[in-house]
Design a protein around this ligand. Structure first.
Ligand code: G6D
Length: 347
């Protein structure tokens, strides 16, 4: 196990990039800025290590990062309708950064904050402990919130992300990571041929603004049924309204049936790479980069639509305005805990 550290000067800020390397040569690079995963080197079926995530060529581009590449997201990942919510008789108003709605915690949010970062390693794993204090009222959210995110890489090629939070007032919180995976290696192809399996029989219906309508739909007999595996491109060619509102793809919260230990599997047949997702979270937003801005200068190429697959494990912001959704409410002094493991293998 090894940790390499590099100082990167961006304008007047000094960022640090930590690269975690395990005994198989798998490497994960992470910035203290936004907790951003900038690169993951994972083996193909021949053992060839290639990058499997979207990342910028020039790090100053992470200052804008309209696609939230690789970033920690919070306080609330996803959209909050009308950028406000009621809590105990009081209305809280959040910044409108997505039309009339609030997206991904607002600015600066977790994705543009400098996290205090302490690397660690022992024989079997290496990682980073990252902490952030978000003051009461930041972006309109109640409560002084202390967040701790731990990235851990072990020698089984598993990258785990653990999120812990504690607020001195009742608040809302559901954090995630917004990495765009592409198992082809060095972004050689887009993700339309990736095969996805989800342990999910239900998903959340969206309106034209990508706001949950309050309805939970069955996946049966639709291109939202990933229980037996399905190629992502089915959502691109689909004429189903829910794929059309997402701009010809997926951008939806899937509720896990929790019938299997592994909640999601992604496979790419040319390379033989396989990614398994094990999580304690009740669901996942699967986003197939339908709205990825084109022409951004990435490490290997320019960005194009459908270049990466996001698996944002989390609870559902729909629970703020509707009953029967996985809750994002967090009581005063209640411990928030979430853990997701991304396990890289081959088939
Ligand atoms: C788009 O609708 C999508 C979001 O789900 C995604 O997180 C964001 O781009 C990066 O707004």
């Amino acid at each position: 196990m090894e940790i390499k550290t590099e100082v990167i000067t961006i304008n007047d800020q000094q960022w640090e990039e930590f690269t975690l390397v395990n005994n198989n040569g798998m490497a994960v690079s992470i910035l203290n800025f936004g907790g951003i995963i900038t690169k993951i080197l994972a083996p193909d079926r021949e053992g060839k290590l290639e990058n499997v995530v979207i990342g910028f060529e020039n790090y100053e581009d992470y200052l804008d990062n309209p696609g939230y590449f690789g970033a920690l997201i919070g306080r609330v990942a996803g959209r909050i309708a009308n950028s406000q919510f009621e809590m105990d008789g009081k209305t809280y108003t959040l910044p409108k950064n997505d039309g009339e709605n609030h997206l991904h915690g607002g600015e600066p949010g977790f994705h543009k904050s400098i996290w205090s970062t302490v690397p660690f390693e022992n024989g079997e794993e290496t990682g980073l402990t990252m902490t952030l204090n978000s003051p009461d009222g930041e972006n309109g959210y109640p409560g002084n919130l202390r967040m701790t995110v731990t990235y851990t890489l072990n020698n089984s090629n598993e990258l785990s992300i653990t999120y812990e939070g504690l607020s001195d007032q009742k608040t809302v919180l559901t954090a995630t990571n917004h990495t765009y995976f592409n198992l082809s290696g060095n972004l050689q192809t887009d993700i339309q041929d990736h095969e996805i399996t989800l342990d999910s029989s239900k998903f959340v219906e969206l309106d034209e603004e990508l706001i949950p309508t309050g309805e939970i739909l069955d996946v049966d007999n639709s291109v939202f049924d990933f229980r037996q595996g399905r190629q992502m491109k089915d959502g691109v060619t689909s004429e189903f309204k829910q794929n059309l509102v997402a701009n010809n793809g997926y951008d939806h919260y899937f509720l896990f049936d929790k019938s299997k230990e592994v909640s999601a599997i992604v496979r790419e047949s040319e390379s033989g790479r396989e990614l398994k997702v094990i999580t304690d979270q009740p669901g996942v937003v699967m986003y197939t980069s339908n709205n990825l801005p084109e022409g951004l200068k990435l490490r290997e190429r320019q960005s194009v639509q459908y270049l990466g697959l996001c698996l944002e494990t989390q609870a559902s912001p729909a629970s703020i305005h509707h009953d029967n959704f996985p809750s994002v409410w967090l009581d005063k002094d209640e411990k928030y805990f979430a853990k997701t493991t991304f396990s890289f293998g081959t088939f």
